[in-house]
Design a protein around this ligand. Sequence first.
Ligand SMILES: Nc1ncnc2c1ncn2[C@@H]1O[C@H](COP(=O)(O)OP(=O)(O)OP(=O)(O)O)[C@@H](O)[C@H]1O
Length: 492
Amino acid sequence: MQVQEAGGSEQWKRVKKQLRAELGDDVFTSWFARVDLEEHQDGTVRLSVPTRFLKQWIQNNYNDQLMGLWQRECDDVHRIELTVRGAIRPRQAPVVKPSLAAPANVAAVQPDARGDTLADVSPVARAQAATAALGRGDSNTGDSARDVLQGAALDPKYTFDTFVEGESNNLALAAARQVASGGAVTFNPLYLHASVGLGKTHLMQAVAAKARASGRKVLYLTAEHFMYKFVAALKSQSALAFKDTLRTIDLLLIDDMQFLHGKQVQQEFCHTLNALIDGARQVIVAADRAPSELDTLDDRVRSRLSGGLVVGIQEPDFVLRRNILTSRVEQARKSYPQFDVPDGVLDYIARHVASSGRDLEGALNRLIAHNQLTNQPITQEMAEMTLRDLVRSSEPRRVKIEDIQRVVSKHYNVTKADLLSARRTRTIVRPRQIAMYLAKVMTPRSLPEIGRRFGNRDHTTVLHAVRKIEEMARADYALAQELELLKRMLDA
Ligand SMILES: Nc1ncnc2c1ncn2[C@@H]1O[C@H](COP(=O)(O)OP(=O)(O)OP(=O)(O)O)[C@@H](O)[C@H]1O
């Protein structure tokens, strides 16, 4: 996917700036913070959004405004196209048909199946949508502003019994067990972080289920639901009741904390956190990164979150991957006693479909589906054929330094010779540093080799460039987005 005009992203930045000025910060953040420019070509501007809900909302409410602003930038624009990007989560195997009962559920009931519900947008927007939906008597927002404190449903599969322990998760599991046992509160909040599919939600729900079974008052919510419910309560003037009820909870679990946006909501969350912790009630938070890296969060919330026990879950090693598969096969056998996967095939999956619990389940579900639909036994050959694309997608794609130089020079409208030259003008230095940074993070090349490929520079120059870009991207969200865009272009 390419932005055709060198100035495309500059124009997009100006459109967004103007939109923010016209809509105000809250509404802008609600609807446009997660909109990316994919392409601007032949008079068509293609924008991508994370969900179908957002796509529809923007189309229905902001299409003309967007068109007007784009036309101010570039009078050939005659069409705004919105697409739903699929790459927020890593690629997954197709979900097995529901008729395959138990094993199919393994993949079908994933907590990130946020699809196109209100859970994808921020508080003010959600409140607008909720109010509009209530006004229409529309019940398909998937939530009601009236039932302010009903938590998200727990998946009965997510228990301690089905969670497989390994070196990468044993600390998180031990902490979760301790919290679930309901003894004295020793670390509060417990903060779990890991990248996608490594078992955070599974552990959170295991704690919630166990605590609920022992009679404790438990509320399990995603951060987005927390925002939605809070703003809905504000709108329906039940905010006080909402806050009071929150503070009587014994165990509050907030999942996907990285999605908590909005100043007022964060303030409210911080008050709730303080009230619960001061009242010796337990809070557990999960996110895809450590608190220090949650840059959308207010400093006070960040520091309060870091004040308890922060535990990371790492990628599973081979032994854990293999054990997760064995456990899943055992579960599947409860519904399909004849279901059999040879050990060699499980080894093959564990070795080649490497990254997360979710990938492993996806692979296994695909074998189950194949086996049920074709009646073919699961053999090594069948597995290799059925899982071919998953295996390939789990291998890192080889990006070449020349590709990086080509994409970066095109994107910033400089020549490859400029990138390799000794010229030190700002318009060249920055793209050069970005290209060196991308070479470091996207290829296995060493610093000296990257230096050689960029006009025979010293490795310390490359190191300086990498650090500089990392530092700038931490402080500058627009640059961070731009790096993501470049990575996507190179990964495509
Ligand atoms: N150690 C494990 N034992 C058993 N199942 C696991 C383990 N780790 C992950 N899984 C399974 O992998 C799938 C994905 O896990 P989960 O949804 O908990 O991940 P997550 O870390 O919350 O990811 P995300 O951030 O994408 O929501 C689930 O079905 C879960 O049961």
